[in-house]
Design a protein around this ligand. Structure first.
Ligand code: IPE
Ligand code: IPE
Ligand code: MG
Length: 236
């Protein structure tokens, strides 16, 4: 099962406490640990977290740099925990605009966890789905015979993904907004969408369990008609 999360609401969490936005991002980083742990425990095979969108470059430079510092520190301190839990780390998105120190830390974390196979933890940084889709199309122009599998491979190359991602089963967005903000547009074609009011730093293991429970009650039809409608149609 592939779960993707748009971790939104750090800034509001901080302003409600009269704290700087960076404090909200620090609290958000703590929430990441809890959710990763819960995902491993629930047997999730792929977890993709949206940490920094390409559009987030338009925030004040100080906030952007605080986010990158946090991310770097997170990778530094969490990589060993990931090895212990057999969680493989992969940062997806552009790398050409990231600070070199962060790129080095990303490569170190990916190498250190390359043998881990319990859960695949993908962290989207400087990510824009539209950019990735366009770039994949551009690279395919010179190749004969585009098909779905080849397209997914090019998309993975563009994203620095280790392999084409399985389709997203459940997309969770915290913070109350109901939009995709340019996240995994191809991979979410048939995702179930779950919007939580909780701000990301407040999204704990129990909230994660609630999202999973809601998902289990969804009926995924993929264009088919439901089983009892089918029975009625056949007999009626
Ligand atoms: C999500 O929280 C984290 C990032 C986008 C990096 P926000 O920073 O967007 O928090 P709000 O939406 O302003 O509350
Ligand atoms: C989406 O949140 C990006 C991340 C969570 C990293 P934003 O707060 O940037 O999205 P918008 O601006 O509300 O669409
Ligand atoms: Mg936001």
């Amino acid at each position: 099962m592939h779960i993707a999360v748009i971790m939104d609401g750090n800034g509001r969490w901080a302003s409600r406490r009269h704290l700087p936005r960076s404090a909200g991002h620090r609290a958000g980083a703590r929430a990441v640990d809890a959710v990763v742990e819960a995902a491993v425990r629930h047997g999730i095979t792929t977890l993709t977290l949206y940490a920094f969108s390409a559009a987030n470059w338009s925030r004040p430079a100080a906030e952007v740099s605080a986010l990158f510092t946090l991310l770097r520190r997170h990778l530094l301190t969490q990589t060993q925990r990931c090895v212990d839990r057999s969680v493989r780390i992969n940062v997806i998105g552009r790398r050409d605009r990231l600070p070199p120190g962060l790129c080095r830390e990303i490569e170190r974390s990916e190498q250190a966890t390359a043998h881990c196979n319990r859960m695949h933890l993908r962290i989207a940084v400087d990510y824009s789905s539209q950019h990735s889709l366009l770039e994949a199309c551009r690279r395919l122009q010179s190749e004969p015979g585009i098909d779905r599998a080849r397209f997914a491979e090019r998309l993975a190359d563009v994203d620095h993904a280790l392999a084409p991602a399985p389709e997203v089963d459940l997309l969770i967005r915290t913070g109350g907004e109901q939009r995709l903000s340019d996240f995994l547009l191809w991979e979410c074609a048939y995702a179930e969408l779950y919007f939580a009011e909780a701000l990301w730093p407040d999204f704990d293991q129990q909230a994660f369990r609630h999202a999973l429970a809601a998902y289990r009650h969804r009926e995924r039809r993929f264009g088919r008609i439901v089983a009892d409608t089918l029975a009625t149609a056949n007999h009626g």
